[in-house]
Design a binder for this molecule. Structure first.
Ligand SMILES: [Zn+2]
Length: 334
């Protein structure tokens, strides 16, 4: 406990914010500075546990509310003490207590990562509406990143309500983006048609959603035209509409650049690894015997057909833009 407290005491690389003055709690470790970050981390792991439920059930079309957590094989309900975020999995050593079915390490990893993101959000934005906005955004992104990675799906049940939330949040939390203003200026308005911040913020969110979806839809259409096959699904297009409603046009554009860059680098490496380790070698050898080409050409063709989770890379890009960009800009201001 003491070590954990010492760890939490250390300010992260992100600008350390003083705690909210209204919360003058006294902790076991002595100060409020420890209690609040610790609370954010624990809250994150608990929410992460719920995100796991969303990740495993939404693609199957199952309810995320009932029944409670249970083993997928023997259907034994998971006991409350085994369901403690992160520790439950460690306690069980990754196996069902009843039938020893192994439980994916995805569960503790998602819980721990959500806890870390909650902690980071507190350090970057303190206790504010902005914190609430980025917590909601990162939860949506975590579900999409992991779901796309597992089953290559970006569910509408996450994308559409997420986009609506982004637009609703814009009523209260401004998006730092002047693109909407420039847009009006270019249209010839020397004065904005509505002198209202509210109008402007909501417009920025809607413009972000449009830019995100249109850019990705355009890229998908171009890809289909060039390579004569589907490169990305409509899931990516809808996901970027959601991302756009939170980040605005500029952040969305950066997300697409960063996401596709990460995706290209990892994609090329991964296809190379698949090729080197003889992925589908048997299939290629059979095809070569039928005179469809040399084994290596066929194996390369198969490896390059591997479907990469673009949504996962876009999600990582979106988190980087949401968290690292304001921090980098603040460094540049110093
Ligand atoms: Zn079981």
């Amino acid at each position: 406990m003491k070590q954990l407290c010492q760890f939490l005491h250390q300010p992260l690389a992100i600008g350390h914010r003083p705690p909210h003055p209204a919360l003058s709690l006294v902790s076991a470790c002595g100060t409020v500075e420890t209690v609040i970050p610790f609370f954010f981390f624990i809250l994150g792991t608990v929410i992460g546990s719920f995100l796991n439920v969303c990740i495993s059930r939404i693609p199957e079309g199952l309810s995320i509310i009932s029944p409670g957590s249970r083993c997928p094989r023997c259907l034994t309900p998971i006991k409350p003490y085994d369901n403690i975020p992160v520790f439950g999995w460690l306690l069980l050593r990754g196996k069902c207590r009843n039938c020893s079915l192994s439980i994916s390490p995805m569960y503790p990893l998602v819980e721990f990562a959500t806890g870390l993101i909650f902690l980071l959000t507190y350090y970057e934005y303190g206790i504010s509406l902005l914190t609430l906005k980025w917590l909601i955004f990162s939860c949506l992104i975590i579900v999409l990143v992991v779901t796309d990675f597992r089953v290559r799906l970006l569910p509408d049940l996450v994308n559409f309500p997420g986009m609506a939330m982004g637009i609703v949040l814009a009523f209260r939390v401004p998006i730092a983006d002047s693109t909407a203003g420039m847009f009006f200026f270019l249209l010839g308005f020397r004065r904005f048609p509505f002198q209202s911040d509210l109008f402007f913020n909501v417009l920025t969110a809607i413009l972000g959603a449009l830019v995100g979806s249109m850019l990705l839809w355009g890229a998908a259409a171009l890809y289909k035209l060039v390579r004569k096959r589907e490169g990305m699904g409509m899931g990516d297009v809808k996901m970027m509409a959601m991302v756009g409603s939170f980040l605005g046009p500029r952040g969305t554009f950066l997300t697409i650049l960063l996401g596709t860059l990460i995706g290209t680098v990892i994609g090329v490496l991964w296809i190379g690894i698949l090729y080197l380790y003889g992925w589908k070698r048997r299939v290629a050898e059979r095809a070569a015997k039928r005179g469809l080409g040399s084994v290596s050409t066929i194996r390369w063709a198969i490896a390059s057909q591997y479907q990469l989770p673009l949504g996962t890379f876009l999600g990582i890009g979106a988190l980087a833009v949401a968290y690292a960009l304001p921090w980098l800009l603040s460094l540049a201001d110093r």
